[in-house]
Design a protein around this ligand. Sequence first.
Ligand SMILES: [Zn+2]
Length: 466
Amino acid sequence: MSSTTTVLRTLLLLALLATVACSPSGDASTAPSRSSSPSTASPSASAPPSASRSGSLVVMGRIVTMDDPAVAEALLIDDGTVAAVGTRDEVLAIAGDDVPVMDIGQNVAYPGFIDAHAHWIGDREYYGLDTAAEAIQAALERGWTSIAELWVNPERLTELETLAADETLPLRVDGYLTLNEPPPNGAHFGDWYADREPGAVGDRLRVRGLKIHLDTGFELGLLWDADELNATVVAANERGWQVAMHAFSIEPIDQALDALEPVLGPNGPNPLHHRIEHAMQVTDAQLSRTVAMQVALVIHLDTAATDWLSDPDGLAELGGETAWLSRYRDFVDAGLHAAGATDMPWILPDFKLTDDIGRPVDQIAGGMDPRGRVFPEPPPWMATQLLTAEQGLRAVTVDAAYALGDEARRGHLAPGTLGDVTILSGDVTAATPDEIRAMTVIATIVGGVPALCAHPDVCSQLVSED
Ligand SMILES: [Zn+2]
């Protein structure tokens, strides 16, 4: 691919980010026409969303808990909630004879993976899907049990609430209500969220966060007057809403931290887990403030660091400064909760959804080996910012759950957590990045109910013989 072509493709992506990301009208006429259907579904990779909202199930095999014990032999989910984690004998004794057993063989179970920042449903037109159900199916096939929708306007909220009311959400959705348009317009919508209480809408949808666009990524334009932003953040915090601020670079990150400091104080705590999205360029001083205030960061371990920042024109718009870019390892080493999220569909080259992108395994492998998809070679500064597999795994489990403010119930497997489990064909903690990318999803279980089963032999055991 010529450099001219790659630059043009990147510029196209950035232009789209700046102009049509999160179209507030949700107007399909502005989206690309449907180009191809996603190729992720194998003939057997389907399981109709169960009418049952919660299930009971024993999962037997190698289970990575992200809790204590770190690895277990068996897991009991009782009526949607984890009831026991331990040895086979311990768990079977508690489960009794009536609970179906799923023996996963040589496959490996993990806490259900959480995509803490994406637009799977809301921006589905951009990647060629017509319905919310298709978008949800694409996420389930990739192994996500929770997806966060980071730009929900009134129209999109109605769609999500309808899905929740109809009990047609086979996975969990966290909706973030948007307070302004993306650039170039940036129009503010006011406090339209204020007539509702933050929290659960049924058992699969939560709406407790607000999305605020501060900048336009590489254009460095600020969309808020500082006083107005500060007042908005204070009001949201007082009403119990979590704030998620889109801030790519140094100037908007300063603005975000300045708006959070009156709420959190210079040294936290941060009980609502207010968060900064993207955080592509963060100085040492900003990192220190972020740590002190305990602000959560949401980053994109696959593709973004390389494809978004390898373009010389993109870097030029950041002033050519490369010292502070994509500091993923610095964030983790500083003790921050850094969630690894897809930002689907804005990571897709040419907005083509293929079966090798948008997956939890891409986040984990991308943290270890941040090759791009448009630019294969990672930029040199990434050499010091690589994560381990364990750190990548935390980014899509415990730290992603923290970013949703739901770390007590999600992101790990222990008595009392939600019965959300993703089963992969291998152990990501003992594999190379390419081996991780080659792993497949065996099943995606939400609340003890198999929402996606790509391996009939595993799931068929669940059929009761009685
Ligand atoms: Zn986004």
